[in-house]
Design a binder for this molecule. Structure first.
Ligand code: 2B7
Length: 637
């Protein structure tokens, strides 16, 4: 390990740079950016834990809106730095101040690798750091974007060691956005899954609740967690190995669903865009399956299984530890592993261990192979159905029936066109009169949408509503879906702002998530937000979208007013619907995003599973959250 001393910290740049362009350092200044602050601080605590110091990290959301993170590590060094300042002052006020912080040659956690603390300080109204070390309790504080407030000072004695960082995000930068307990819990749980033995505690002082996460066999627990409530084909398969300095740890399990859910991490950082390790994993899977099927004469046709057949219903977590010297990331956001050795190592480990597993566990092997063979059949059937649909495009009778409900847009500039999927016929009619004919198409939903969580391709094609959507978008479905062929640049779900509307939203989201995921991943799926209230005062009026906004109005408005609550889209006339919900200049759209595949998977699972009580609860508590808002993310007409 590299000798760490006060001198190894380099002074490079001032914190003003961070305040000038926060996006450069934390990605954005929305809710995502706000939470990034927490991740940066927590990552330092995780690094310390992975280095072998401290097994517990606590994150507290305080009543006043600050966040406090504590670890039980060695405590940030408290000596003087070469510059004459205290080491903590340098760490928290100088950009790029960071000693080498490594174990066995690999960087161990994500974020800005130790440079994050000063970035967080720069974006905070105030920050307080408490250090327990060498028998002392010392404190240093900063205010107004990282300016020293009170210099490092001993305030007591202790036998313990560790660091506590509390900060209050600057409202000038983040507005009055609030931290989300759920978001923080989810992230801390994920870290606990990845680092065996690490205890993560999250406390919400305002709502007086807390959660603790700690796992001894984390990857297995991770997979069990994701698959909770689903029917599984076998116990979680788990194997780990080391080759050429790369450690591979994998947990996997098949469920009776039709979805593939592979997540990978490198040195505890999620590789959102996959990369060489995932390629190696998939290659091995296909090879092992086809060899097994040949050896056991399970398939007559010459043509073997497709890779996708071997991954249907699969949940897998791949976690790699790669020495820094071999690390290579690609892509705009550096979320894709490039390291070529990762591919060969994962491929050979999976090939070896999975072949062995199948030989040793015949019953599981049969269930898994059966599933893959069924997938092959379904895939071939879907391809045939699609070919037929294509051949008859625009001519066939069925096509006319299917598209009979659609009021198309006039423009041929597909990427500028928007498809509104509208709940109910009457709202559909209003939307039709209110829309911008050139670019907006209206598709009213009449019948019930099928619950896609439990359906096969065949069920899907039998459902008229789904069929109509597929035909209207015109870009295929499932493995054949190609978002570049979409007839619309935006697909917008427009429902009433009530329970039923929320249910329809989740059914539609499930469908898009399962069968047109690329539409979501390319930011083409949206949810319209109709107003909840219309208030009229003097001779003026104002539409209000949330209850908070209404309260604010009530508290600040002096004078007479009336409030009308909109129960549904149908209560608005065409002009009102256009003005409030459809007009790109004034409407609010929520862009549907998949931030976290595991969680999306879990949410969709919970939402669409058999238990309607659980579902109702979830919709009430989480629909807002599930849809992670990206307000005003609209293009111009
Ligand atoms: C790169 C910088 C940020 N640091 C140390 C040592 C321990 C340590 C830290 C930390 C977040 C919230 C509670 C090293 C590393 C600074 O140098 S940061 N623990 N925990 C932390 O930030 N938690 C350290 C070598 C010897 N002794 C202490």
């Amino acid at each position: 390990m590299t000798e760490y001393n006060e001198k190894s910290i380099k002074i490079l740049e001032g914190l003003e740079a961070v305040r000038k362009r926060p996006g450069m350092y934390i990605g954005s200044t929305d809710k995502r950016g706000l939470h990034h602050l927490v991740w940066e601080i927590v990552d330092n605590a995780i690094d310390e834990a992975i280095n072998g110091y401290g097994k517990k990290i606590t994150v507290t959301l305080t009543k006043i809106g600050s966040v406090r993170v504590s670890d039980e590590g060695r405590g940030v060094p408290i000596g003087k730095h070469a510059s004459g300042k205290s080491t903590p002052e340098v760490i928290y006020t100088v950009l790029h101040a960071g000693g080498k912080f490594e174990t066995d040659g690999y960087k161990v956690s994500g974020g800005l690798h130790g440079v994050g603390s000063s970035v967080v300080n720069a974006l905070s109204k105030w920050m307080k750091v408490t250090i327990c070390r060498e028998g002392k309790i010392c404190e240093i504080s900063f205010k107004n974007g990282g300016k020293l407030d009170k210099d490092l000072k001993q305030i007591g004695t202790t036998k313990q060691t560790g660091t506590t960082v509390e900060f209050f995000p600057d409202e000038e930068i983040f507005g009055n956005a609030r931290f989300s307990y759920t978001t923080i819990c989810e992230r801390m749980q994920e870290s606990a899954f990845l680092i065996n033995g690490l205890t993560m505690e999250v406390i919400d002082e305002e709502d007086d609740k807390h959660n603790t996460y700690c796992y001894d066999n984390g990857l297995v627990s991770f997979v069990e967690y994701v698959n909770e409530g689903k029917d599984v084909l076998q116990k979680v398969i788990n194997f780990s190995s080391e080759k050429n300095g790369i450690e591979v740890d994998i947990a996997m399990q098949y469920t009776d669903s039709y979805n593939e859910n592979i997540m990978s991490f490198v040195n505890n950082v999620k590789t959102v865009d996959g990369g060489s390790h995932e390629v190696g994993f998939k290659t091995a899977l296909t090879k092992v399956f086809n060899e097994y099927i040949r050896a056991n004469s399970l398939l007559k046709s010459k043509e073997g299984l497709d890779g996708s057949d071997t991954r249907e219903g699969l949940t897998a977590i791949i976690s790699l530890k790669i020495p820094e010297s071999l690390l290579q990331f690609e892509g705009q956001t550096k979320g894709k592993l490039g390291t070529p050795q990762a591919r060969t190592v994962v491929e050979s480990v999976v090939y070896e261990k999975l072949s062995y597993y199948l030989e040793e566990n015949k019953e599981s092997a049969t269930a898994i192979m059966d599933k893959a063979l069924k997938s092959k059949l379904a895939r071939e059937a879907a391809r045939k159905a699609r070919a037929e649909a294509r051949a008859g495009k625009g001519k066939g009778k069925s096509e006319k029936v299917l598209l009979g409900k659609l009021t198309p847009a006039q423009s041929k500039e597909y990427h500028k066109n928007e498809l509104f999927i509208v709940e109910g016929n009457s709202a559909g009619g209003t939307a039709k009169s209110g829309r911008d004919k050139r670019h907006q198409a209206i598709l009213p939903l009449r019948g019930k949408i099928i619950n896609c969580e439990k359906s096969t391709v065949a069920d899907l094609f039998k459902n008229e509503e789904i069929n109509t959507i597929v035909h209207a978008i015109g870009a295929g479905v499932g493995a054949d879906f190609d978002y570049t062929e979409s007839n619309y640049g935006k697909v917008i779900i427009m429902t009433d702002a009530d329970d039923d509307g929320a249910h329809i939203q989740t059914l539609l989201l499930t469908f898009f998530y399962r069968w047109m995921r690329d539409l979501i991943e390319h930011g083409m799926l949206y949810i319209a937000v109709p107003p909840l209230y219309l208030v009229k005062y003097n001779k003026d009026k104002k539409y209000i979208n949330t209850n908070e906004e209404l309260n604010e109005f009530k508290n600040t408005f002096k004078g007479k007013y009336t409030i009308q609550r909109y129960k549904g889209l149908g209560e608005m006339n065409a002009d009102q619907l256009w003005e409030t919900t459809m007009d790109p200049a004034h409407r609010t759209l929520v862009k549907v995003r998949i931030d976290d595949k595991a969680l999306a998977e879990k949410r969709v699972g919970v939402l669409m599973g058999d238990d309607s009580e659980v579902r109702k609860e979830w919709i009430e508590e989480n629909v807002e959250f599930t849809l992670e808002d990206d307000y005003k993310g609209v293009g111009s007409k």
